[in-house]
Design a protein around this ligand. Structure first.
Ligand SMILES: *Cc1c(COP(=O)(O)O)cnc(C)c1O
Length: 369
């Protein structure tokens, strides 16, 4: 038997994820659910299973191994592996589990052909239209077509590309440039008699660029409740998304901090007036960044309790002078909470100096199985 000390508590609201996905499906008619990186920290199997209750049959994972996990758990439908096969063993695993491997190098094509030894195998192709990360670029598409014509057992069914700044309104011209290059690639494939489905839209483009929906959309972050347009002029495009992750930790002690006293390592905070502080069981060992030292707040009793001094490995101090009802055992909210003081993923990521994606991935690592 294991003892559950119930310190950091991470909860995922599957109903909210499902509601967000339904909202996205009203924009993009054929959305593939992106569940890579453990469902952005929300749980790979849990998220995929929850969505499959609503008939979702298309999922994108990162590594082939993530796809294998989904298949072994009995998940039906299309499972696209965004990182593609890395070696012949992974190529065989992808084929054996009927995954859809994403191919972005010529040698991966050869590897897939070898792994499948002449048996029919569907593949997806990644095109680089300006992200300059993974993919074949426009100048390689002709050679790619010729190679595909030679490797007859490989059947490309999806061509996709990724947008670098669909969530930045001022960058619309670059979004359009990428889409135009994507179209050019498509024309070349069609001229070679290769017929596939096309996909370029992430969450931001699913919400704000209906003309770039092509055949399939690939929303991730919006499904997890973050508005890709938060803080921009296009914010309204992401309205109605619900928070999906909450995180709280217990208060271990409450005590006064007198004027002139400092708190925590390095004495980076000294009280100017008499304060009351709460010590919370939360720290950088829980992936709560030490960069939040003297920044941001936790939510206690529907109010904001500002962080005081250095965030430690397993402890963080907050100012509860204005929340006198605070006592040991209370739950302090890192993400979520009630009333005016509730903390959104946008609040937390701004204090943290990052984006909701990273906040979810890092805090989600504290989820209990
Ligand atoms: C992560 C990812 C997505 C989802 O992007 P969001 O911004 O989270 O919607 C879509 N496509 C690819 C290739 C990705 O890697």
């Amino acid at each position: 038997m294991s003892i559950d000390f119930n310190l950091l508590d991470v909860r995922v609201d599957m109903k909210a994820i499902r509601a967000n996905f339904k909202l996205l499906r009203r924009h993009g008619k054929r959305c593939m659910a992106v569940v890579k990186a453990d469902g952005y920290g929300h749980g790979l199997l849990e998220t995929a299973r929850g969505l499959s209750l609503d008939g979702v049959r298309q999922f994108a994972v990162g590594a082939v191994s993530e796809g294998v996990r989904l298949r072994e758990a009995g998940l039906p439908g299309v499972i696209l592996s965004l990182l593609g096969p890395q070696d012949i063993r992974e190529a065989k695993a992808a084929a054996g589990q009927n995954l859809l491997p994403l191919i972005y190098r010529m040698d991966q094509l050869q590897m897939m052909a070898e792994a499948t030894a002449g048996r029919p195998q569907q593949i997806a192709l990644k095109l680089d239209t300006g992200m300059r990360r993974l993919g074949f670029d426009l100048s390689e598409v002709r050679a790619l077509c010729e190679q595909l014509t030679r490797l007859k057992n490989l059947e490309p069914i999806l061509a996709m590309s990724h947008l670098a700044c669909a969530d930045v309104p001022e960058e619309e011209p670059f979004v359009r440039e990428q889409a135009a290059i994507f179209q050019e690639c498509r024309t070349i494939f069609e001229r070679h008699g290769i017929s596939m489905e096309y996909s370029i839209a992430n969450s931001a483009a699913t919400l704000a660029y209906p003309d770039l929906h092509f055949d399939l959309q690939r929303p991730g972050i919006a499904m997890y409740g973050a508005n890709p347009f938060h803080g921009t002029d296009w914010e309204v495009n992401g309205k109605g998304l619900k928070p999906t992750m909450t995180v709280n930790a217990p208060v271990l002690q409450v005590h006064p901090l007198k004027a002139g006293e400092s708190i925590s390592y390095g004495r980076t905070y000294t009280a100017e007036t008499d304060r009351m502080v709460a010590i919370v069981a939360l720290g950088y060992a829980d992936n709560f960044s030490r960069g939040l030292t003297n920044k941001g707040a936790l939510c206690l009793h529907s109010k904001r309790a500002p962080i005081l001094g250095r965030v430690c490995m397993q402890l963080t101090a907050v100012d509860v002078t204005d929340i006198p009802e605070t006592q040991p055992g209370d739950r302090a909210w890192v993400l979520g909470g009630t009333g005016q003081g509730a903390i959104s993923c946008h609040d937390l990521s701004e204090w943290w100096g990052t984006i909701p994606y990273e906040v979810f991935c890092l805090l989600g690592q504290n989820r209990r199985g």
